[in-house]
Every structure is written in structure tokens, then in C-alpha cells.
Ligand binder design. Structure first.
Ligand code: AMP
Ligand code: GLY
Length: 424
């Protein structure tokens, strides 16, 4: 069957790679795709938010399954548009993607169903938020824009004056646009962060192997928040015991809560977790694969991705088990110097041939395109270099070695991706 993937980042490249290995995949299309995805898929110049055009394309090409990689179209209701036209699509409907689309919704859901998360208050009015911060808050405190903000709408404020500035940034200056019409004020938690991605069919949940992201731009977790500068999988801190606790107190309860609310969730739930002294708690939910989590989780997955996605759509996930390689993977993002603030684009790149025929090494394109017949940079995060290894140390050494294979003049990366492994 022919497949359409919607999106254009490193996550979609990893999805396209995984789909290309499926027994069920025929021709693969990606809208809009990028220069690396073009190796497995025909890239189609339709934007991810052009739902009607995408549905027309899927109908015209007789696409058997459309996979939506990105959050914006999911939150905007692309799945509903496809379903109304009788087109098969993998991802949550709009009324379920709100789990990611509104942090206020997800916090209220967790409170109602007793799912462990940081204590919080939601605000529509900046004056009321300021009043709360001045009279009731303990610092540090966390301010979160309610809506989608490219993973950047979270401010950790160590003092009242920083928090006052934060309210202005989110709710008054609207730095994150309408995402800041509402704001969550949340207790600051400490502990290890873990990402657990899972397949969900509305009732049953099958978690994938764990991963850890590095969200800050600079070594030592300094600098600004980014979409993610690198990942490793599995997390040595995510033990079997913690997994059992998460299944009982977080994963299944979240799926059951969404069903009970009349919002059955089919697709990927990404649990951003903090392993606190009081046990695992939810930092955030996403309604899609993580980027760059997908780049370390999917290369380790043995199960056929199309089969499990079909089981999610058909509600038969209870009959499917997921299998992962007994190995490890590390992904180091090569970014443009200056990301996430400002950076040059259209810089010529070289070295892609170094990956040809090298088992266990991947160059997942995030922001690249073709210009006059050659590949140039086209974004802040440019490529994610993933390597596997028998354990995390070997995978990390392999990944850093492979970062040297790709060249572009404003290449920037963190040098401490996976450093936490040494503390495990
Ligand atoms: P989020 O987009 O909600 O995952 O937030 C981005 C990052 O901010 C997280 O990965 C954490 O590092 C940090 N963060 C978010 N919420 C909290 C919290 N309540 N306590 C401590 N750190 C947080
Ligand atoms: N890497 C974090 C995210 O995809 O939201």
C-alpha cells in the first residue's frame, strides 16, 4: 500500500526510514519533506496545514495510509478532515490532540483523574497571574504558555521579578502568539527527565523504549530552550520498576481518562516525565513522536511500524507486542550556529556519502533542501546524526565520530549529549 507522511523534520525522516523497511509499504510520499527524506519518498510541495490539498492528494493517489508526524496539523484537526473523506490516517483527532494543544486542558485532566504531575494554577488574566505570583508562589516557579510554541513556551523563573517579566513575555507581549492567551503556573520539580513514547488505539497502550532529550542549546544544559539538541535511548534511569509504576499511575490512566472524557486517543502519546523523589510525574504530553526522540527510538524498533499503526487505527493493539533491539542509540543534532535565535541558511553541505552502506549510522535530515542541485541548510536544526552500539557508551562514541562526517560552515553541536550515562 502507498503511504503519505506529513511533515518535514528529522522525526519525519526517521518515520520515512522506518516505513521504508515495512513489509506493507509500497510507494512513499512525504509532504512537504526535505532533502534527506527524498531518498525514501517522493516529496510533494504541499504544506502540512493545507488539509484539503493533502486529502485531495491522498484520494487521487489512492494512498492506503497517511501518517501525520507534526503537532500543528494534528492539533488543527487534519485527522478529522481525512476521516470525513473516508481516508485512512494515523494520529489523534482534534478533540484528542488537545492533550498536547492545551497545557491547561492536560493539567485539568491530570488533576481530575489523579495522574501525578506538578501542582499548578491556570490563568486567562495577567493581573490575576501576577497577584498569585506576588502572594502565593514559591520560587523557582514555572510559567507555561497554554498552546503550541515549538517547545519554547516554558519559562523557569527563579525570582518574583523574573516571573513578572515572564507574565509580560507570555501574556502581554505574546511572544508565543495566541499560545499565550492562557498560561499555566506550575510548581518546579527536580529529578531526571525521561521521554516515553507510546502507541495507543483508544483503549490499549504499548509504550516504546525510553529516551532522554537535551533541550538546552549549550553544553551543561545552559542556554536557551530548543526543540532538542540530542537524545539517547534507552534511559538507564528508567528501570523496570519505574516502568511498572508509570504504566499503573500514568500511562493507562491517561488513555482511560481520554476515553472517559469522550476523546478516545489513537496515535502516539509522548509522555515527558520527571523522575522525582516522590515518584514519576508528568511534565508534559505530546500527541506525536518526539523530535529527536524518534531518531533514537525508531532505529531500535524491530516491530513493523505500519502493522502497529494499523492496529492503533483498528483498535487491535491488544493483539500486538512491540519489540526493540537489545542495544542503544545516541543522536547528536548538528544545528546552525546561533540557533534557536537567529542563524544563516542556504549554506552548502557535504559528506552525506560517508553514511552509505554503514549499518547502524544514520543522518536524519531536519532542516535541509536542494538548491541548484546540491543540499544546503534550511533551518536551525539541520541534521540529527544517530548511531547505534551495543551499549550507550559505544553508541555515543559512534555518534560523535559520525558528526565529523558532515560539514557545513556554521555547524554547531553540543558535545555532552549522553553525558548523564556516566552517572548511571
Ligand atoms: P515542557 O515543554 O513542558 O516539556 O517543558 C520544557 C522543559 O522545561 C522540560 O523539559 C523541563 O526541563 C522544564 N520544565 C517544564 N516543567 C517543569 C517543572 N514543572 N519543573 C521543572 N522543570 C520543568
Ligand atoms: N524533543 C521534544 C519534543 O519533541 O517535543
Amino acid at each position: 500500500m502507498d503511504i503519505l507522511i506529513v511533515g518535514s523534520g528529522g522525526r519525519e525522516h526517521a518515520i520515512a526510514w522506518s516505513v521504508s523497511r515495512s513489509r506493507s509499504a509500497g510507494k512513499i510520499y512525504c509532504a512537504p519533506g526535505n532533502a534527506g527524506i527524498a531518498e525514501y519518498a517522493e516529496c510533494v510541495p504541499i504544506g502540512a496545514m493545507e488539509f484539503d490539498k493533502l486529502a485531495d492528494f491522498a484520494a487521487e493517489k489512492n494512498i492506503g495510509l497517511t501518517i501525520v508526524g507534526m503537532d500543528d496539523p494534528l492539533v488543527g484537526g487534519i485527522v478529522d478532515v481525512f476521516e470525513e473523506r473516508g481516508l485512512r490516517v494515523f494520529g489523534p483527532r482534534r478533540n484528542a490532540a488537545i492533550l498536547e494543544g492545551s497545557k491547561a486542558f492536560s493539567k485539568d485532566l491530570m488533576k481530575k483523574y489523579g495522574i501525578p504531575t506538578a501542582a499548578y494554577e491556570n490563568f486567562d488574566d495577567p493581573e490575576k497571574a501576577l497577584d498569585y505570583l506576588r502572594n502565593k508562589a514559591k520560587f523557582p516557579i514555572v510559567l507555561k504558555a497554554d498552546g503550541l510554541a515549538l517547545g519554547k513556551g516554558v519559562l523557569i523563573c527563579s525570582s518574583l521579578s523574573e516571573a513578572e517579566e515572564g507574565v509580560k513575555t507570555i501574556m502581554e507581549d505574546k511572544k508565543f502568539g495566541s499560545a499565550g492567551n492562557r498560561m499555566v503556573v506550575e510548581e518546579f520539580m527536580t529529578g531526571r527527565e525521561v521521554s516515553v513514547l507510546s502507541f495507543v488505539d483508544g483503549k490499549t497502550i504499548r509504550p516504546m523504549t525510553s529516551a532522554q532529550d537535551h533541550k538546552r542549546a549549550e553544553d551543561g544544559d545552559k542556554g536557551l530552550n530548543t526543540g532538542g539538541m540530542g537524545t539517547f535511548s534507552p534511559s538507564p534511569f528508567y528501570t523496570d520498576e519505574i516502568d511498572r509504576i508509570c504504566m499503573d499511575t500514568i500511562f493507562q490512566p491517561t488513555v482511560d481518562a481520554m476515553a472517559a472524557e469522550g476523546r478516545p486517543f489513537k496515535g502516539i502519546i509522548f509522555f515527558g516525565l520527571m523522575l522525582t523523589e516522590e515518584g514519576p510525574k508528568v511534565l508534559e504530553y505530546n500527541a506525536r513522536f518526539g523530535d529527536p526522540e524518534a531518531q533514537v527510538v525508531l532505529p531500535r524498533m524491530k516491530t513493523d511500524i505500519i502493522e502497529v499503526m494499523e492496529a492503533c487505527i483498528d483498535g487491535t493493539l491488544d493483539q500486538t507486542e512491540l519489540e526493540f533491539e537489545d542495544n542503544a542509540a545516541v543522536c547528536v543534532v548538528l544545528a546552525s550556529e546561533g540557533y534557536p535565535v537567529s542563524y544563516e541558511k542556504n549554506i552548502p553541505m557535504s559528506g552525506f556519502d560517508n553514511f552509505a552502506g554503514k549499518e547502524g549510522y544514520y543522518c536524519f535530515h531536519a532542516g535541509t533542501k536542494f538548491l541548484d542541485g546540491r543540499i544546503v541548510t534550511n533551518g536551525g536544526r539541520v541534521v540529527g546524526i544517530t548511531a547505534t552500539g551495543k551499549d550507550l557508551k559505544e553508541a555515543r562514541a559512534n555518534a560523535y565520530q559520525a558528526t565529523e562526517w558532515i560539514e557545513f560552515s556554521n555547524k554547531y553541536m553540543r558535545h555532552d549529549i549522553g553525558k548523564a550515562i556516566d552517572e548511571a
